[in-house]
Design a protein around this ligand. Sequence first.
Ligand code: ATP
Length: 271
Amino acid sequence: MGSKHLVKQLRVHGDPRIEERDARAKFGWKREEAERLLDDEMVALVDLQKRLFADKSASLLIVLQAMDAAGKDSTIRAVLSGLNPAGVDVQPFGVPTDEELGHDYLWRIHRHTPEDGYIAVFNRSHYEDVLIARVKKLVPKSVWKKRYRHIREFERMLAEEGTHIVKIFLNVSKDKQKERFEERLHRPDKNWKFRAGDLDDRALWGDYMQAYSEAIEETSTKHAPWYVVPADRKWARNVCIARILRHHLEQIDPQYPEPDPDIDFDNIVVT
Ligand code: ATP
């Protein structure tokens, strides 16, 4: 499938209909082919990131949201660690601290949005405040309902000020999550990742899907679109994400700055 068509297909307009999407989708690729495609995408992404960093006229914010074990960390490793780390800031958002809870929920978020030239990756984000906050009833409906509007307005402001926003929901199936949890439980190199609370969230799967669907529908906008990426097959997921990021970086179209006209580059001798 062509890149443009793929990106269009993954992008959400209106109700994302998460349950109807195939978390195992592989778009006709075989694993080896997808790995080759990812290599090609990475070459393009590295070049675009270099330009973004040199140009310093815009930034890219990538919001990653998902259920546990959907592969947020491995996405970051597979797709983003190939970029120049000096220009990438990965920021996880866990349970808020007391200080963070003493402020509005966007306070801790805003200070990590990217500076011009940089890419910021949010591993979880302000969306937790309309997801877990809703599902676990941390705040009443009258509070989380208003947050869709706050988020739309906050993201619009960021976009108008030069932050390009891409939001990705990694769509893992409930069966695949079970498989990955079991692997975590039985592998000493992975069981440190398992939290008892993971099972509580799994038991609330339906509520989370409803919360995700509504949050995505309410906040997928032209300036800050959501993508639902199938996440059961990591190799297909990686190509999808790389293509989405490439599409957005190409839209930014960063350029190397013009050289200083007062410098005669051809006649400079470095001794
Ligand atoms: P992950 O599951 O993202 O890989 P982790 O298991 O290492 O991360 P942390 O990063 O410490 O755990 O925290 C993640 C947890 O914090 C999730 O359960 C998430 O729902 C919760 N969390 C994040 N933001 C908020 C918030 N605003 N309010 C309440 N809980 C939140």
